[in-house]
Design a binder for this molecule. Sequence first.
Ligand code: GRF
Length: 188
Amino acid sequence: MKKIAVLISGTGTNLKALIENCANQNIPAEIVQVIADRDCVGKKYAIENNIPFSLIDRKLDAEIFQKELIKQIPQDIDLIVCAGFLSVIPDGLIDLFPDKIINLHPSLLPDFGGMGMYGRKVHQAVIQAGKKISGATVHKVNKTVDGGEILAQVQVSVLDGDSAETLQKRIAPAETALLIDTVKKLLI
Ligand code: GRF
C-alpha cells in the first residue's frame, strides 16, 4: 500500500476528500500522517479518522520547523500532498523528497501564483485583472513558490459579478476533483 502524508493549514476540505477516496480505495493508498502548521479546523478530519496528526507551529525557528517536519514524515513516504498548506516548504524537505511533494493552487499557474498569493487574494487578483477563465493547478513543489512542474489543471469560468467569494466557491469542487484525480494517477 502506498503511503501519503498531507499538510494542511485551513478548513481541510481537500484532506477530507483524500481520506474518503483512500477509504473507498479510489486512491490505492493510506494517509499515514497529517501535519498542520497552525491550529486549524482541518485537523478534526485526521483525528476523527485516527490518522496520526501533528501540529508544527509555523512560528518556530525555520531550522527547527524544517527539522520537525522531516521528523514527522516517514522516510518511505510515496507522496506528500500540500492541501491548503500555507507555509513555504523548507528546502531540506524538498532535498529529501524531490518529486514527491505536490501542491494544490487555486489559479491557472503560472498566473496568480507566488509568495503571498493564497486563498481569497488569488481570486481577488483574477477578478481585478478582468480574467474570464480561472481554475486550479496541481504542481510539483520545488524551491520556487508555486513554480514547480505543472501536473494538471482545470479551468473554471469567471462570471460577471463574481466576488472573490463566489469565484472561490465555484472553483473549490473543481480543484478537489483535480487533486483526487492527480493523486490517483501518481500512485497507480
Ligand atoms: C484550496 O483552495 C487550495 O487551492 C489552497 O488552499 C485551499 C485549501 O482548502 N492551496 P481546504 O483547507 O482544503 O479546505
